[in-house]
Write a protein of this length. Sequence first.
Length: 97
Amino acid sequence: VAGLLSARDFLNALAFRTFFSTQYIRHDSHPLYTPEPDVVHELMGHAPLLADPDFAELSQQYGLASLGASDRDIERLATCYWFTIEFGLYREGENLK
């Protein structure tokens, strides 16, 4: 996909077990950094996770929750997805961050 999808379109696709990927690839002069997600990020970061049945099910549940959702609920779902799935969670001692 060229450019960014709306949160509604992105989440809707997850309901049907579809994950859109960008066509962009980072410049070889900066192989460890890109200011926006690129195909390396998608293939190395998301594809392995989506191959896990439990993770794929979780992603689909986000998508199913988005079907027919209000704009406000889409914003909430997208925010939750972004800060848990995209950025990730980790445990530090007894705290989940």
